[in-house]
Design a protein around this ligand. Structure first.
Ligand code: ZN
Length: 84
């Protein structure tokens, strides 16, 4: 499993997401919320339905995205991607 090395790991906007530990078991709670955000953003830009695919995401335990809910990250990105 790949580990996320992208700079969005330190993006403070992800600190608004709830912690995922109570929602997911292993390994979903380690998924990078920043990568989930990008997946959602790109899906919205491509006109695709809202469909988080956590198994495609890299993992991260770093700084801002540590243990953040990747579904919320996806939805935040999807909503941002729908904005003109
Ligand atoms: Zn990431």
């Amino acid at each position: 499993m790949a580990w996320c090395k992208k700079s969005h790991r330190k993006d403070p906007k992800f600190k608004n997401l709830t912690f995922s530990e109570e929602f997911f078991g292993e390994p979903e709670r380690w998924k990078c919320a920043g990568c989930a955000y990008e997946q959602g953003f790109n899906d919205a830009k491509a006109g695709l339905p809202n469909n988080p695919r956590l198994n495609k995401l890299d993992q991260s335990q770093a700084s801002a995205v540590r243990h953040r809910n990747p579904i919320e990250g996806y939805n935040m990105g999807y909503n941002d991607g729908l904005k003109p």
